[in-house]
Design a protein around this ligand. Structure first.
Ligand SMILES: Cc1cc2nc3c(=O)[nH]c(=O)nc-3n(C[C@H](O)[C@H](O)[C@H](O)COP(=O)(O)OP(=O)(O)OC[C@H]3O[C@@H](n4cnc5c(N)ncnc54)[C@H](O)[C@@H]3O)c2cc1C
Length: 362
């Protein structure tokens, strides 16, 4: 983003600067992780930027235009065009009818329900976890500070964060089995969920919704591979697990950065096998870059979905701020995942309750 000149514009847009994250477990314990900590790792910036998608997307689109991209809005890709075994364009619905658009390389950056991934036959929906989200923005939420908040309950979790300009983003994630209740009045469902939590209700007493409540999910989809001859996948189209760790934007941007190098090489290749090798190399680079995070995301997804586990983790992490800071740094993408993928880390988190019980009974 910095290279595109977009970062300065995001900062100038009134984006909130977050200092870390607070995770509240169902037992009321709070895991407090900060971006600046004693572990010695530092991010690109000391604070996380929190901004509305409407603002971020407009800035990114402008940056793409400024870099020479031709942008067509209101166009929906419906199918891939093939020449033998190779993709060489898309069929799309445009305001002036269906059009065939030819390309040397098609990039499927079309999100969680990617048409490109589905038409290629590489999209794989994971069986677990099956969760849905309701997302909106409120004005006048009480006590919103400089930390992102995750409140985990037995029946779901809610993320709350300042997004600047007086607005707070609220994203409620619940098991997909509640889809029928949600499909009625989403706003009423969200308000009732928040009002039913004694620690949240007073903070929303004077809050007003500033944007419509959007429903999304289920998540957890992973393309078997992020390329095929003539096409590459990036962002959620390639993989998205669960919103808890709040890092999909980073993965989409970093994936785009990785792809740019190999896409250029694929397009410039003298022959088909050179073009394929470049895309294979992109896929391998993605795996190297993200596989540690995929593992961490899955462990967090499991812990968050089981109250006894998250309660236990909260006991351990609230007693060991150093471990909480490391975990928040991993989800912030500036601490390497290996720092938390170890038996000693897991023992620090989950073994704490055991050793304190042993001490108290001895
Ligand atoms: C509840 C929730 C909360 C989240 N919170 C955070 C957070 O706090 N921080 C964070 O970093 N990430 C968060 N994420 C994840 C983040 O939103 C995604 O990972 C990120 O948006 C992925 O970017 P993307 O460009 O791959 O896909 P998207 O942002 O989904 O963009 C896909 C684009 O493709 C377009 N498109 C789709 N289909 C077609 C088609 N057929 N033809 C043409 N265009 C098409 C769409 O209109 C859209 O513009 C959250 C996700 C959810 C569900």
């Amino acid at each position: 983003m910095a290279a595109m000149g977009a970062l300065d514009r995001v900062e100038a847009s009134g984006a909130a600067a977050l200092a870390g994250v607070r995770v509240r477990a169902p037992n009321g314990r709070v895991i407090a992780g900060d971006f600046i900590a004693e572990h010695g790792f530092r991010g690109f910036r000391d604070r996380g930027l929190s901004v509305r998608r409407e603002v971020l997307d407009a800035i990114l689109l402008d940056a793409a235009r400024a870099a020479g991209a031709h942008v067509s809005e209101g166009v929906r890709v419906t199918a891939l065009l093939r020449d033998g075994g190779r993709i060489n364009g898309v069929s799309a619905l445009t305001p002036s009818g269906t059009q065939e658009i030819r390309a040397k390389l098609v990039i499927g950056a079309d999100g969680l329900r990617s048409v490109v991934a589905r038409r290629l036959g590489v999209a794989r929906t994971l069986r677990w976890p099956k969760r849905l989200a309701l997302v909106t923005h409120y004005a006048n939420v009480g006590d919103v500070g400089e930390h992102g908040e995750m409140h985990v309950e037995r029946d779901g979790y809610v993320g709350i964060a300042d997004v600047g300009n007086g607005l707070t983003t609220v994203a409620l994630v619940v098991p997909a089995r509640r889809s029928r209740e949600i499909s009625g009045d989403r706003g009423a469902f969200l308000d009732a969920w928040l009002r039913a939590r004694p620690h949240l209700a007073p903070r929303f007493a004077h809050a007003t919704r500033a944007t419509p409540v959007v429903a999304t999910g289920p998540f957890a989809s992973h393309a078997r591979r992020a390329w095929a001859p003539g096409v590459a996948l990036v962002g959620d189209a390639a993989d998205f697990f669960d919103p808890f760790t709040g890092e999909g934007i980073y993965a989409a941007l970093r994936g785009g950065e990785l792809l740019s190098e190999w896409a250029a090489e694929s397009v410039a290749a003298r022959n088909e096998s050179g073009a394929r090798r470049a895309l294979e190399a992109y896929d391998a680079a993605r795996r190297r870059e993200f596989r540690g995070k995929w593992l961490v995301e899955r462990v967090i997804g499991a812990v968050v979905g089981a109250a006894p586990l998250i309660n236990r983790a909260a006991r351990g992490l609230s007693a060991r701020k150093d471990l909480a800071d490391l975990l928040i740094g991993v989800t912030g993408n500036f601490v390497p995942p290996r720092e938390v993928i170890s038996l000693s880390y897991l023992w620090g988190v989950f073994g704490w309750g055991v050793s304190s019980r042993v001490r108290s009974s001895s």
